[in-house]
Structure formats: C-alpha cells, structure tokens
Write a protein that binds this ligand. Structure first.
Ligand code: OSB
Ligand code: MG
Length: 367
C-alpha cells in the first residue's frame, strides 16, 4: 500500500452540556481528523488531543504542525506502507503520541478496509458488544449532580465515573452513594489534581467502595502513586502516566497502579494500546477503555479495542449523545448499557458528508 496524501480537517462540535474537569471546562470539542488516501483506498483517523495543552502536552495547533512538518512527510516518503510500519517510521520523532496515533489509525483503517477486516477482528476482539460507563463532569451543586447521574442510570449506563478535584470529592461521592445505593459501579477521576499531602482527604473516599481512583497525582509521579497506594484501600488506576506498554509495565512493577485506563491516543495508537492491554493481562491487571470525547470515528475504534478480553471493566465508551446532539457518523446508541462492536471493514463507520461539512472549520491537503 502506498500513501498518496492526507487530508487534515479541523472540526468543532458543540457539546450537549459543558464538561468540567479539574483542568478546565469545555463547551465544544475542537479536534483534528485525518483522511488518509492510499493506493488501496481511504481511511479515517481521529486525534485525541484537545485544543489546549491542559490534559496532556499535545494540542490542536501543535498536532497540525508536527503532522504537516514531520509525520506525514515521513510516511509519504516511505514507499510500501502498512499500519505496523507507521510507528517504526515515526519513532525518530520524539513524543507527539496523539498526532502519531491519529495517523496510524487512518492508515490502519485504510488497510483493514482494503482487506475487508474490522478493527475488532484485527485487534483481537472476543465479544460482539461492550459494557459502557459514563464520565460525569464537576457540577455547580450536589442536586444538579444527582439529577445528571440519575439520568445516566435511567439511560442504562452500567458504571458512573465522577470527575473530582479538591473541594469536590467526598461530598459528591457520598451524595451519589446515599441516593443510588452501594450496588452501582462507581469510580472517580482526579486528572492529577492532588498531591501526597492530600492522603488524609483521599482516605476519606475509602469507605464508599469505589472501583478505583484515577490519576490522583501528576503525570510523572509514578513513585508518588506507589506511595499513595500504601495508604489507600481504593485501587489506583493510572491514565495520564501510562504513555506506552513500557510505562505500563514500569507502573505495575513499581506498585503505582492496580488498574489501567487505556486511551489509544495517549499511548500512540491502537497497536500500542493492544500491547498495553497485553502487558496488563500478563500481570493480571484489569484494564478499561478511556475516552477523549470521540466522534463516531474514534468511538468505533475504542469500542473495538474495548472488546478485547482484558477489558474487564466498563469503559468511558458512552453513546454518541453523551457529548453530541448529532454525531458525524451514524450515532452509537446504548442497548441495555452496552454498545455493539462494529463489524464492517475497518472502523465499520464513515462520516456523513453533509454532517462532516457542517462541523469542519478548516481543511488542508498534505501530499
Ligand atoms: O481523564 O478520562 C479523562 C475527557 C477529556 C480528557 C480526559 C478525560 C476525559 C474524560 C471523558 O473523562 C471520557 C469520555 O467519555 O470521552
Ligand atoms: Mg482520566
């Protein structure tokens, strides 16, 4: 397969409601899509990076620049290309995993479509549908939070994740437990908002039987998480810290986490995400699929990944309408708390042209 060019699209999609985390509030998702054109057909890639470097160091304009200047030219010059060759071809460029992930996803989609294979089949899917959780932002009040969580439970979500930060942690967790009981699967995500001096406050979460606490400390603080783990009964799950299969292995070995959130964009793509899954499976560490407010394209691939056998916890693989009134693909709709794994070639979904045109703010052709 030969890459002939890549179309880069900047997209802006309004959210159904503002999404507040410990690092900021978003009311629209600005993202970057790639359409890889090859000798064997097209493929779509979606970049997990946000508009600003608040979740991780990557951000929209930076992703566009590195793709344009380094990553796409390296693949255009490569000759015969397969998705497995993308990471080695791009390895000399340090970092920029989300940009690399988007490009590899587009090439993988093109390759799989050409072979009539689905993402799920290619990655090693062992099930036709996946259990779904939902990530709930920080709210202005406890009554508002209880309304929102109640709505998601009514919609069928099988697991609730509350975003937390200092000042919004024990109270919301306690309120959700009191209203909805001890049986719902409940977890929290701090997005690095705490330090080791918060041990006493984080210990106050222990009585609530949470599945996990996600990324309490800063990204690079592996040993800090290992230390924190000694003081908590609630299992620590890492998100931001885990950027590769190797970093997952290190974190597990050092006792920094008992659970891993796998986001393909954060680790440089779906192929590395599968390796993170394999490393965790080898250590008996459960994994679940995280999200970056994906459109139907990224969501399709995430659902496929989440259907691998090590994904034993419900993921942030919510339905399209969790974030978007209108998705750019056919929407993913919850069925008894689950989403179906697409079975068509490649991602199994494509953008609806009129809908994509409505949300596209800029386009350029790299060849
Ligand atoms: O930490 O998991 C996170 C969204 C943006 C950036 C980071 C995170 C999140 C979410 C939402 O929690 C996950 C989703 O449903 O897409
Ligand atoms: Mg997280």
């Amino acid at each position: 397969m030969k890459l002939t060019g890549v179309e880069l699209l900047r997209v802006r999609m309004p959210l159904v409601a503002p999404f507040r985390t410990s690092f900021g509030t978003q009311s629209a998702r600005e993202l970057l899509l790639l359409r890889a054109v090859t000798s064997e057909g097209e493929g779509w890639g979606e970049c997990g990076a946000m508009a600003d470097p608040l979740y991780s160091s990557e951000y929209g304009d930076g992703v566009e620049h590195v793709l344009r200047t380094y990553l796409v030219p390296a693949l255009l010059a490569a000759g015969d290309l397969t998705a497995n060759k993308v990471a080695p071809l791009l390895a000399k460029f340090k970092g920029h995993r989300m940009a690399k992930a988007a490009l590899e996803m587009a090439v993988l989609d093109a390759e799989l479509r050409a072979h009539g294979l689905s993402f799920g089949t290619a990655l090693g899917s062992t099930t036709d549908s996946v259990p779904c959780g939902v990530s709930v932002g920080i709210m202005d009040s406890i009554p508002q939070l209880l309304d929102v969580v109640g709505g998601y439970l009514d919609a069928g979500y099988l697991r609730i994740k509350l975003k937390i930060e200092p000042g919004w942690d024990v109270e919301p967790v306690q309120a959700v437990r009191e209203r909805f009981g001890d049986d719902i699967l409940l977890q929290v995500d701090a997005n690095t908002a705490y330090t080791l001096s918060d041990v006493p406050q984080l210990q106050r979460l222990d009585p609530f039987g949470l599945l996990l606490i996600e990324q309490p400390l800063e990204e690079e603080d592996v040993l800090g998480h290992a230390e924190l783990a000694k003081h908590l009964r609630t299992p620590i799950c890492l998100d931001e810290t885990v950027v590769s299969a190797r970093s997952a292995a290190d974190a597990i070995r050092l006792g920094a986490c008992r659970i891993v959130n796998i986001k393909p964009s954060r680790v440089g793509g779906y192929l590395e995400a599968r390796r993170v899954h394999d490393v965790c499976a080898a250590h008996g560490v459960p994994v679940w699929c995280g999200g970056m407010l994906e459109t139907g394209l990224g969501r399709a691939a995430n659902v496929a990944l989440a259907s691998l056998p090590g994904f034993t916890l419900p993921g942030d693989t919510s339905a399209s309408d969790r974030f978007y009134r209108t998705d750019i693909t056919e929407p993913f709709v919850l069925e008894a708390g689950r989403l179906p794994v697409p079975s068509g070639p490649g991602l199994g979904v494509t953008p609806v042209p009129e809908r994509l045109a409505e949300v596209t703010t800029a386009k350029s052709w790299l060849a």
